[in-house]
Every structure is written in C-alpha cells, then in structure tokens.
Design a protein around this ligand. Sequence first.
Ligand code: DHB
Length: 308
Amino acid sequence: MDLSITIAGVRFPSCIMNASGALCVTREELLALGRSHIGAIVTKSMTVEPRDGNPEPRYYGFPGGSINSMGLPNLGYKAYAALIPELKAMGNPVIASVAGLCEDDFLTIAATINAAKPDLIEVNLSCPNIPGKPQIGYDAEASERLLKRVRKVITVPMGVKLPPYFDPAHHTIMGDVIGRCGVDFLNLINSVGNGLVVDPDREEAVIKPKGGFGGLGGTIIKPVALANVRAFWKIFEGRIPIIGTGGVVNGVDAFEHVLCGASAVQIGTVLVEEGLGVFARLEGELVAQLRKKGYTKLEDFRGKLKEL
Ligand code: DHB
C-alpha cells in the first residue's frame, strides 16, 4: 500500500509526521526523528534567540488530550539553519517551522533558514503561549502583512500553520488572506489556545505558566481540527494542499483527516505520550483502514467526505 504523498512538488515517503513542538527541539531529538518511520522531519518553531521557554510544569497529558504552555523553547534559528543539511541528508523532507516574537523576527529567520534550503518552510502564525503576545493568526491584517513580507524572502514552498477558527466568517476572511499571499500549503490546526485543565483534588491548575492557561491538543480537539481542514479544503476546492494536525492518535483518525481533505497528518500529543514507535503503529492502522475500505491510495478518498 502506498502512503507516499506530494505537497508543493515535494515527495514525502509517508503521510504521517511529527507536529512542530513534539520531540523536535534538540539536535538529538531531530536526528532520532530522522531515524524513525516518518514522512518528514518538522523542527520546533524557532525564534531569533535561543529560548529556555516557560517555567515547568508546562506540559500535561491526560486521558483525551494534553495542555501545554512551552513558551517556544528552541535553539535559535542559527542552530537550526546549521542542522538542516545534516537532517536533509537522512533522506526525508525537512520542514522548518518559523516563528518570531515580532514581525521583523520572522523576516530575519526566514531569510537565513531559506538559504539553508529546507524542503519546505512552515510559517507559524499561531503560538498561543507567549505572555502578552496575541496569536497573529487571529489578526487578519497582521497575518496578511507578515505573509506578504516573508513570501518575498522564501523561495522554497511556503506553508502557514494557522490557529483553529470557530466561525465560518473567520474561515472566509483568512481564506481570502491566504489566497492573496502565495501560500503553497496549509497546516491546520495549531493547539486550541488558552484552555485550562484543573486538578480537583489539589485544587490547582496542572501547568504553571499563565495561571494554568495553555494550548490543548489530542483527541479532544479532533472535531475542531477536522472542521478547519474541511472548511479550508472547500474554500480552495482542494487547490492548496493541507496538512491535518489535531487529534490523530490512531489510523482511523488519520483516515478522517484525509476524508476531510488533508494530504498528510501531523501528530503531537500522541507522539509525546507514546514515543517514536507511534509512527509505525499509525501507518499500520491506516493501511488496515484502507484495506477494509477497499482503497489502494489516499487519492481514492481525499476530500470525499459525504454530506447528508
Ligand atoms: C508553542 C506552542 C505552540 O502551539 C506553538 O505554535 C508554538 C510554540 C510553545 O509554547 O512553545
């Protein structure tokens, strides 16, 4: 069974890869990803300066999902630029995730990272965890200004990682922005920002930063992720490839993302909880699901969700 896919002219040997943030901060973690059964290596979202991130505890997994407020711990863009050739030499595509604490940071990082020639660049408009910094993806004008500027310095395929939207009006507005900015692929969705998980016994929040507020991931966000994949698939009528991220913990979850229009899927919470062996499990489960349905490839059902 062939689970390979192509996004913006780049071939991925498998449609399953890590989500940015999960086991992809250090060189050791990235090399371990590269040795696993993955479709691509995705880096942690990088900033100009190296960062330790927010105080711990800053990630908490629970039945059904996770909450995190990592605060962009990363090695700084220069370290990732230096690592990209080594990661590429491992044989799978490399997606560099670019963030920043202000608009100009994105430009600085994008220029140097682009010169290091990752296979694709993902521009992260949706970090929810920096105290005092709203998610750019919730400001359509700021998103458009930023994307038009970074597009000028990025020559490899450029994607955008968006936060979840909860109203069709917002899908329409952001769809219009994306359509004007030369975006080659979308990654939907980032964590559902600023949830709060409570430990009732201890009468405490479960993570320390921001009074316990953090981004939600895992099974609990799957319907939100599927809705965003579906909404943008329909807006672009399948012309902009979509990486579906959110709530994939088994092969059927991946199948559902593809049915809604995803070309590939990324995993965060389940990768952190289960470790690198999860890639082979998910691939086996997705293959089993295709067999059960009589499909031989992802194109047989991509985007073909039936509406009642
Ligand atoms: C972090 C979390 C995110 O969801 C994101 O997009 C970027 C960074 C973080 O807290 O490190």
